[in-house]
Design a protein around this ligand. Structure first.
Ligand code: PMP
Length: 348
């Protein structure tokens, strides 16, 4: 088979799995906050192929790379990740016929490590002493310099990460709301690479420049507010060790901080009380969305993301008893019910 035929084949394989990524339901979460009826809208990204929002970015980056000739059949994909990206590239990379190498900090949940291995990818664990997250990125860059046939998605600096959400997640949210005659007043999303908050933010702002776009970070480890790694937190997938190059804080509204224990309590309650099995950052996002709504008024349409499912957290504090603390919002929330709004079915 000629090389161009093989590339064509890669693109065809991308198209072949597109229906398994994105086009998720938007959930209307009905709740009471301090006794007042509220609705928060949450995009059900835990329903993606590998159970997280990162499938969108992984598929989009690979599709772009095929179109630009940046990846070739047989290339090895190497990426630095705190977990979900690794799982997404491992599964989608394999679906497209690539081998995958994942460099990741060695303190991520065992489930993440096992899942990546289950997809046949190689894991290079990186300790705090070896540089943690930044060390993982350095390892990938070294690999690319040393060896030929290596493709680096570079999720923290690749504009295609933002683009995945500007052309996918954002338009889906707007279409799903407009189906009910609604328009977003605010959007809140925890920042890992920042692809979600930047991409959805750019699209919603193109429709209404007055929409509020809030990045969210853990209160215990405010990387965005301080510009560097401080403290420790348990909201895996957000607030790595630096402000990613694709994040432009100037273009966003103020940063919302949520305590990791509060996020855990909220994620536990979403599972126990509504049957929604989502991860810790989803709990944080729901609390952050309530904070944003509190400023704008109880009727404001505020949208957030349920980033991943709870299956990767079975060995973590998500499944342990968590004490509430003064200032936590989750004890003031009564979850009532949720309804899944129809999928947007936009053709891309
Ligand atoms: N939550 C979880 C569980 C994640 O894995 C990620 C991605 N690292 C995020 C939130 C943040 O998404 P983004 O990288 O688009 O900022």
């Amino acid at each position: 088979m000629s090389v161009s035929r093989l590339i064509q084949n890669g693109l065809e394989r991308c198209r072949g799995i597109r229906d398994m990524v994105g086009n998720t339901p938007l959930l209307a979460i009905h709740l009471r906050f301090r006794g007042e009826p509220r609705v928060i809208y949450a995009k059900a990204e835990h329903l993606n192929l590998t159970g997280s929002i990162k499938d969108r970015m992984a598929l989009h980056i690979l599709e772009r790379a095929y179109l630009d000739g940046a990846i070739h059949p047989g290339d090895r994909i190497a990426e630095a990740t705190s977990g979900n990206t690794g799982i997404a590239f491992s599964a989608i990379g394999k679906a497209l016929g690539h081998s995958v190498e994942i460099c990741m900090p060695n303190w991520m949940s065992q489930e993440r490590v096992s899942l990546i291995r289950a997809f046949g990818a190689t894991i290079r664990p990186v300790s705090h002493d070896e540089g943690g997250f930044l060390g993982s990125i350095r390892l990938c860059e070294e690999l690319k310099r040393r060896e030929s046939g290596v493709f680096l998605p570079r999720q923290f600096s690749n504009p295609a990460n933002i683009e995945a959400h500007r052309v996918g997640t954002g338009p889906e949210i707007a279409a799903q709301l407009s189906h009910r005659g609604l328009k977003a007043k605010a959007f809140v999303a925890g920042v890992g690479t920042g692809g979600t908050v930047m991409g959805v933010g750019q699209y919603l702002k193109s429709l209404d420049s007055g929409v509020h776009i809030h990045p969210l970070e853990p209160a215990e480890s405010p990387t965005l507010s301080t510009g560097c790694k401080v403290g420790r937190h348990r909201i895996q997938g957000v607030s790595d060790e630096f402000i990613p190059p694709i994040v432009d804080l100037q273009s966003l509204n103020d940063i919302i901080a949520v305590a990791d224990g509060d996020a855990i309590l909220m994620a536990q309650r979403l599972a126990c009380e509504l049957g929604l099995g989502v991860g810790i950052s989803s709990g944080a996002n729901l609390i952050g969305a309530l904070m944003a709504q509190d400023r704008l008024g109880p009727e404001a349409v505020v949208v957030t993301i349920f980033c991943d499912d709870n299956k990767k957290y079975l060995s973590t504090d998500l499944l342990r008893e968590e004490q509430t603390r003064p200032g936590y919002l989750s004890p003031e929330v009564e979850l009532v019910a949720y309804e899944a709004m129809p999928r947007a079915n936009l053709s891309m």
